[in-house]
Design a protein around this ligand. Structure first.
Ligand SMILES: Cc1cc2nc3c(=O)[nH]c(=O)nc-3n(C[C@H](O)[C@H](O)[C@H](O)COP(=O)(O)OP(=O)(O)OC[C@H]3O[C@@H](n4cnc5c(N)ncnc54)[C@H](O)[C@@H]3O)c2cc1C
Length: 427
């Protein structure tokens, strides 16, 4: 352990972590347990803001079933080592040791019974217990390397982030310089800028020669501008179980119609696998083959109407309002025509649409509401075992800033804990 020197406005630490979010705090407490002197710097006025707003305030902190398939990135193998060294039960063990009550929801998702604050308090308490210092309201002005001295390999110049009042009062911000042996970039992605997201992690990566995989908002609702958009907006509030898919993946989960477009778990999950300009496919009646049903009814009940068949069908839980809207949109011209008088081809086309509604989103709601940022620091240039940069010794990237994006369901936090842990073991 290096001695702590505190000359005027120049402080030395073994490890400096930029970002007091999920991964940064986990790395800090792990390194602190090893006796490393750790400083966490954050420009926000509060640590772990995203933890607090996660899971609707209850933090979906991990999942019982974590597999590499639940993560996307240009190199799908990158996440394997950290996830296997830090499985979800490790985090669950910590939660239990802090007597935090939690429960399981569908698909193995674990949430706090009370509040996400429990998880943040746990992380901060663990940090305090091992002497980690967390300093907030800090602006990172620049980072440079001093190659001649490994202990002081990185030098950071920071200034106090001034609030509106400070600026109004003409307060000047004094600079503080820090040095450290290991520098950890845990600055997250670009999602929800009002919660402190910034691109500094990507800028630092580029400064040290790293390549970036293009970033995009992900785990995010889709928006629509055409006539479909009007239809969707008119149905705001309706939710139903569907199969949402594209050529890469399919999810059997609920979709939610909103005033802005399509949301709900099915859409958020699919957004991880969607690129601008692509179509998505929604099976509105996943339990039945609509073509088969309509053709069979044409034979057995030739005088029935399409809407009667679809409304009667007990397996199809199409809400009435949605059924009416789909009728207007898809079979208005034959809405009062008996099945006997509708050509088989038309019924087949309608069945195909209801079992595979092809939609072309105009975009997504973007970083304003996205839960994560897809893309980021290219993982081929980072060690999958330690998260250390292959290009600059002592530099580490962890959490969402890396090109590792998890599914909805506690996977992004599990990645933050796991990458924080493996880096914290070595920094
Ligand atoms: C609304 C919402 C709900 C979510 N719910 C869940 C959930 O239930 N389960 C789940 O697994 N995932 C969830 N996520 C995703 C999860 O929050 C993130 O994937 C996770 O927090 C990433 O951890 P991180 O440490 O990489 O980044 P963050 O936790 O985002 O931490 C980054 C830190 O860096 C700081 N920072 C940024 N720029 C600078 C700078 N210039 N200078 C200094 N500090 C800086 C930020 O202030 C922040 O404290 C949710 C996300 C959102 C937005």
């Amino acid at each position: 352990m290096t001695n702590h020197r505190n000359a005027q406005n120049h402080t030395h630490y073994d490890v400096i972590i930029i970002g007091a979010g999920a991964s940064g705090l986990y790395c800090a407490l792990t390194a602190g347990r090893r006796g490393r002197r750790v400083l966490v710097l954050d420009h926000a006025n509060k640590a772990g803001k995203k933890i607090l707003m996660s899971g609707g305030g209850r933090c979906n902190f991990t999942n019982y079933f974590v597999e590499p398939e639940h993560f996307i990135g240009a190199n799908p193998h990158f996440c394997k080592s950290a996830l296997s060294r830090y499985p979800s039960w490790e985090f669950i063990g910590m939660v239990e040791s802090h007597k935090i009550a939690y429960h399981e929801r569908e698909h193995g998702q674990l949430f706090c019974d009370d509040s996400a604050q429990d998880i943040l308090s746990m992380l901060l308490d663990e940090c305090t217990a091992v002497g980690v210092q967390v300093t907030l309201n800090v602006q990172i002005d620049h980072v440079k390397t001093a190659a001649q001295d490994k202990d002081e390999r990185f030098q950071l110049t920071t200034s106090k982030k001034l609030g509106k009042k400070d600026i109004a009062n003409g307060t000047q911000s004094s600079q503080t310089r820090y040095s450290c042996e290991s520098l950890v970039v845990a600055t997250g992605g670009l999602s929800i800028p009002t919660m402190g997201a910034s691109g500094i992690g990507y800028e630092l990566a580029q400064q040290f020669g790293h390549t970036l995989v293009p970033t995009d908002a992900s785990l995010v609702p889709f928006t629509f501008t055409d006539k479909t958009g009007e239809l969707i907006r008119a149905l705001a509030g309706i939710s139903l179980p569907v199969i949402a898919s594209n050529e890469r993946i399919s999810f059997k989960l609920p979709v939610l119609f909103t005033h802005r477009g399509l949301s709900g778990p099915a859409m958020l999950q699919l957004s991880n696998y969607w690129h601008t300009g692509e179509t998505i496919n929604i099976n509105l009646l996943p339990k039945i083959d609509v073509t088969e049903l309509l053709l069979a009814r044409k034979k057995s009940h030739p005088r029935q109407l399409i809407r009667t068949v679809l409304a009667e069908n007990t397996d199809s839980a199409l809400p009435k309002k949605l059924l009416a809207a789909l009728q207007t949109h898809l079979w208005e011209d034959i809405k009062d025509t008996e099945l006997a008088n509708i050509k088989d081809e038309r019924l087949m086309a309608l069945g195909a649409t209801l079992n595979g509604w092809q939609l072309k989103p105009s975009g997504t709601e973007g970083y304003r509401t996205a839960e994560v940022t897809r893309g980021g620091v290219k993982t081929d240039e980072v060690s999958s075992k330690t998260m250390q940069s292959n290009l600059q010794g002592g530099l580490y990237f962890i959490g969402e800033v890396l090109d590792v994006t998890g599914w909805l369901g506690g996977y992004n936090f599990q990645w933050a804990w796991a990458s924080g842990f493996v880096s914290g073991e070595i920094v």
